[in-house]
Design a binder for this molecule. Structure first.
Ligand code: NAI
Ligand code: MG
Length: 355
């Protein structure tokens, strides 16, 4: 019997309404070809929903989403809505409630795409950022006190736990075993001498269990420069929530565009659904014009299928992306003239045409 996966589709805001359907068209083509079924249901959550209902999702949204195998998501946030809300009320809520403690964000140069790093090739730019996705700097445990007074104070607390560090470290070392056997811990323990010193200590302990994997530690300032000057030194980058957020946009940039980056918010134990989304936001500045690059969303579709166990389908989508970029079918952010739909259609055609 055909395997069936239940997929919750959340376009979100801005370009989500264009790139998520583009990604879904590719998913449908892959399902047809590889003989599995996707039972999809759309949910209108996001800042647009907030404008009408005063909340980012329904009260029982988490219980509803819980029943799905995966969530295929665009991004949330609109210029006219308080931007402290989208992460708190949607993205982080889903990531933490569903124990999606891995944020898997691969970086690689596609053929036919010019990296702004003019001396670097496809061999040089090929690594993965593993961003701790449930704790660290983004726990949002803080307060603003007497904001309007001369004595105004603001505090945000970072939280790092042994449990949280160990699980993301084990995942990273296991991933490195399947890749080029190197983990680089990107940290700043020379100045964050409590939280990140402990982060380093626990990771170093875990590293001892993987003697076949090279382990290195690098400070975030040096790592930022190294992304640009010598990306070839990286294989698996293990880093915190905040650093991973920033570094993955830099990763998008060295690939040629933020619109290229795909990602997974992953619960490796599969006790909860995982959520797959491009690394960028809702890009309201280019929304509604059919010019957004859909490749980050399509790559997220491939990462989703890989997570669900449809490895061949995931590989085929990646080959479709590569085929599309190689023949110069590029959107405006990559100096091309193709539309969002043209790029997605090209990937769909590749999947349909090949065996
Ligand atoms: P952004 O990532 O949406 O856009 C940054 C720049 O990259 C813009 O110039 C945009 O046009 C460009 N860009 C992004 N995606 C693109 C694509 N697919 N194709 C071509 N160009 C693309 O970041 P920004 O402007 O800081 O945030 C916009 C909104 O998105 C905010 O409300 C923010 O809070 C939200 N956001 C939501 C995220 C999520 O839901 N996970 C993640 C990041 C931001
Ligand atoms: Mg980000």
């Amino acid at each position: 019997m055909e395997k069936t996966y239940k997929i919750a589709v959340v376009n979100g805001d801005g370009v989500g309404a264009e790139i998520v359907p583009a990604g879904v068209s590719v998913l449908d083509a892959a399902a047809d070809k590889f003989g599995f079924k996707l039972e999809k249901e759309e949910f209108p959550f996001g800042a647009g929903y907030y404008k009408e209902h005063g909340k980012f999702m329904t009260d029982n949204a988490l219980e509803t989403l819980r029943e799905f195998d995966a969530i295929f998501f665009g991004a949330v946030g609109l210029p006219e809505i308080d931007d402290t809300l989208p992460a708190r009320d949607y993205t982080f809520k889903v990531r933490t409630s569903f124990q999606q403690y891995i944020n898997y964000r691969p970086v690689k140069l596609f053929s036919g795409v010019d990296s702004p790093l003019r001396y670097k090739t496809e061999e040089d730019i090929d690594f993965v950022v593993i961003r701790e996705n449930n704790e660290g700097e983004f726990v949002q445990s803080g307060k603003i006190l007497h904001a309007e007074e001369p004595s105004g104070v603001a505090i945000d607390t970072s939280i790092f736990t042994r449990f949280g560090i160990e699980r993301v470290a084990h995942y990273s070392f296991k991933l490195a075993r399947k890749r080029n056997k190197k983990v680089t811990n990107v940290t700043k323990s020379n100045t964050l001498i409590s939280s990140l010193a402990y982060w380093d200590q626990v990771i170093a302990e875990v590293a001892q269990e993987y003697p076949d994997v090279t382990y290195e530690k690098m400070y975030i300032d040096n790592a930022s420069a190294s992304f640009v000057l010598r990306p070839e030194i990286f294989d698996v980058i293990l880093t915190t929530n905040l650093f991973g957020d920033i570094l993955s946009d830099l990763g998008g940039a060295i690939m040629g565009s933020l619109g290229l980056g795909g990602s997974g918010n992953i619960n490796p134990e599969k006790e909860f659904p995982s959520m797959f989304e491009p690394i960028h936001g809702s890009a309201p500045d280019i929304a509604g014009k059919n010019i957004a690059n859909p490749i980050g969303q399509i790559w997220s579709a491939a990462i989703m299928l890989e997570h669900l166990g449809e490895i061949e389908a995931a590989k085929d989508i990646m080959a479709g992306i590569e085929h599309t970029t190689a023949k110069g079918n590029l959107t405006k952010d990559l100096m091309g003239t193709a539309t969002t739909t043209e790029v997605a259609d090209s990937v769909v055609e590749f999947i349909r045409a090949t065996n």
